[in-house]
Design a protein around this ligand. Structure first.
Ligand SMILES: *[C@@H]1O[C@H](CO)[C@@H](O)[C@H](O)[C@H]1NC(C)=O
Ligand SMILES: *[C@@H]1O[C@H](CO)[C@@H](O)[C@H](O)[C@H]1NC(C)=O
Ligand SMILES: *[C@@H]1O[C@H](CO)[C@@H](O)[C@H](O)[C@H]1NC(C)=O
Ligand SMILES: *[C@@H]1O[C@H](CO)[C@@H](O)[C@H](O)[C@H]1NC(C)=O
Length: 417
């Protein structure tokens, strides 16, 4: 997550004409839907959930044009939408939520105030991150959490120092709470390719210092197959992407040599890990050369982020696009051509009708392309108060947890039957 000055972007209002056919990946039904209910040739209307039926290319088209979905059906037994999934359709391997707090105090220039890290655990006077994760798993079916943490917190502000055992023990409490739910858990170093403004391998920390950090973390968790290594959150304005891939290689080699030989490792590109510019700005080709010590790329997954708001910043509560044409479709093409996979470890939006619409579309597209997309992780719960515009923090009352509407409508695997 990063902050950008709001850019003014004009978006042409899409006028939906009920007489026309919905485009590929467009909505074609669902509760209260008043737009087109038939799909363009080559696509079929698939019930994604009660609120969202979608034209999916390759899905069997309805056999008659008169029995269109009514838009008020609440079951998937309506006659016209096809239940035949496209060839690459999900389920996605992972769906999850970011549990933020240990990254608080980190800025996008790679400075982090270690003492500002706020563990999202009640024993450290934070939110009940453990309860949140249990709820997300048990009530919603989520199976992965991303646990951001600042590099400075892990070494208590000393670049090149060993892990600070006191601080690691606190972070490890969150990691164990996550693992205790049965979910997979992403360790995310939330430093934007930097330590205090200096870029790793390009004037800032050396590759050796970065590798040392990952070597020590990996040694702590090497025996746990459910740990996923998020090498770095959102590199940006990195001048030399080929050189950056060398720094990523140093981290991968360190993780594998520390004994974490089979876990997933997430490889982050430039431009805030943008899914949209991952291929076009050179990150894909550069990171495609990173390998395991044995020369294979097994378990090395491309890490991509994408928000749906007007300036791509993930700071606005209204969404303007589903990112399919601009980001996910071109990325899927590259991934298939290169036999690679990607994981969308940050996405989110407000609890608004526009974000529910576009997020449901984005999730449906990822599910329809689950051969190359491992899944998504929403931003964010943990220590974010419910007033934070992108809060996915559930509220608890009388022992019962209640999700925000974006989670219950789109992100929850239960919503995406
Ligand atoms: C559908 O529309 C009706 C009437 O406007 C409204 O009361 C109801 O809340 C809507 N349902 C949903 C799920 O949005
Ligand atoms: C570890 O960090 C704590 C702050 O959380 C600090 O008080 C302590 O001195 C550090 N330990 C070492 C060995 O540097
Ligand atoms: C695109 O890549 C070049 C280096 O390859 C880098 O200098 C530039 O900052 C990148 N642009 C973005 C937006 O990341
Ligand atoms: C960075 O990514 C955003 C979209 O995520 C895009 O609007 C912007 O143009 C990109 N910058 C460059 C230089 O590629």
């Amino acid at each position: 997550m990063y902050a950008l000055a709001a850019a003014v972007v004009l978006v042409a209002a899409a006028t939906v004409n009920a007489q026309t056919q919905a485009p590929a990946w467009g909505q074609c039904g669902g509760i209260n839907w008043t737009g087109a209910t038939t799909c363009v040739s080559g696509s079929g209307c698939v019930v994604v959930n009660d609120y969202y039926w979608q034209c999916q290319p390759g899905a069997a088209a309805p056999s008659t044009t008169t029995a269109a979905p009514t838009g008020t059906a609440t079951t998937s037994t309506a006659s016209s939408p096809s239940s035949t999934a496209p060839a690459n359709a999900g389920p996605l391997k992972f769906a999850g939520i970011n549990i933020a707090g240990f990254d608080f105090g980190c800025n996008s220039d790679g400075s982090c105030t270690a003492s500002a890290a706020w563990p999202p655990l009640t024993k450290y006077y934070g939110a009940d991150g453990e309860g949140q994760m249990k709820h997300f798993v048990q009530d919603d079916g989520f199976n992965v959490f991303r646990l951001p943490v600042g590099w400075q917190f892990l070494t208590n502000n000393v670049l090149g120092a060993d892990l600070n055992e006191t601080n690691w023990a606190m972070y490890n409490d969150l990691l164990n709470a996550c693992l205790g739910t049965g979910a997979s858990c992403i360790i995310d170093v939330h430093n934007y390719a930097r330590w205090d403004k200096g870029i790793i391998g390009q004037g800032g920390p050396t590759d050796a210092q970065f590798a040392q950090l990952w070597s020590q973390i990996a040694a702590k968790v090497a025996s746990n197959s459910k740990v996923i290594f998020g090498v770095m959150n959102e590199p940006h304005d990195v001048p030399d992407i080929v050189r950056w891939a060398t720094s990523v290689q140093a981290a991968v080699t360190a993780i594998r040599k520390a004994g974490a030989t089979s876990q997933l490792i997430l490889l982050p590109g430039n431009n805030w890990t943008s899914a949209e510019t991952f291929v076009s700005n050179g990150s894909a080709d550069a990171l495609n050369k990173v390998t395991n010590p044995d020369g294979s790329v097994t378990g090395l997954i491309m890490d991509v982020h994408k928000y749906l708001d007007s300036d791509n910043s993930g700071t606005n509560t209204e969404c303007v696009r589903n990112n399919i044409d601009n980001a996910w479709a071109p990325l899927a093409t590259w991934l298939r051509a290169n036999k690679r996979q990607a994981f969308n470890t940050e996405t989110g939006g407000g609890n608004t009708a526009s974000c529910i619409q576009f997020m449901c579309q984005q999730v449906a597209y990822q599910k329809a392309n689950a051969d190359v997309f491992l899944g998504y992780v929403g931003w964010a719960a943990g220590n974010f108060a419910t007033g934070y515009p992108l809060a996915e923090t559930p509220t608890q009352s009388g022992g019962k947890w209640t999700d925000v509407s974006l989670v219950s409508s789109c992100l929850s695997p239960k919503a995406n039957v």
